[in-house]
Design a protein around this ligand. Sequence first.
Ligand SMILES: [Zn+2]
Length: 314
Amino acid sequence: MKPISTLLKEAVVIGDGGYLIELERRGYVDSGSRREKVGTGKGSGQFTPEVAIENPDALRELHREFLRAGSQVLQALTFFGTREKLNRAGYGAQTETINATAVKIAKEVAGDSALVAGSVSRTQLVEREGMESLDKARDHIAEQIRLLKDAGVDFLILETFFHLAEMKVAVQCAADSALPAVATMSFRPLIAKCTDGFTPAECARAMAELGAVAVGANCEQEPLRMLPLLREMRSAAKVPIAAQPAAFRTTDDCHSFTRQAAFPDALETIQIARQLFFDFGKQARAEGIHYVGGCCGCNAAYIRALADGVDEAK
Ligand SMILES: [Zn+2]
């Protein structure tokens, strides 16, 4: 496979879908909803990726499904895999093993048919301890990126950051590691601004200036709801745009599925049709979006529809 920076210049790159929600539905990931309110960032460590060491076959199978659906990139399931987040889930001592095993599984399935990206997300320290915790967050993110690099990922996807300040830390850590990084912010409750008050345009510029090879958004909104913010980013940044929308319906008042009453135990009631990912795939090229995948709620059926849409637009 060619490196991600080359693929981004040549065509629309097809990513993969969301792992944690899908594996939660299949019974291999803990949502935490029976013990606490989920989605606050203050909980005990829900939606962590220990499935990589506890049920590797389940993870392997989902990777295979995405690959069969047309993904050119498989994300190692290392989302929420910093020692900080894993500590709260009781898996801190397995941080090295979880990250290394997740990458190994993704690479086995990808073979020569897909690139493998290490997924790095927020530590949730900022939600719990405020901006003073950014130095601590930096240590945790740098540690995880080192583990991912040692395990042999091709590049990084920095995703689901709510605060631009923490995203900037992550992009800097990625630059220090010399791994290329796709950087996507998540916006809630509205797409107008991220949690620490920056517009999509400001986020895009900041991430690009720090060296991200592509910038964009992931999670929280369905494709149509996300589109205006992607356009804003496209006008502001000179690097390729990346989009990994969720497959859940949001409302005009709240552009965030994790803030809907249906999260996390009634998500089936706000699931959108895969046809909307087909439409999004078709639109991606015309809109100048260079990397498309899916986030929460996107299983292989959605990625297949997305890939078909991109294909039809050619
Ligand atoms: Zn998501």
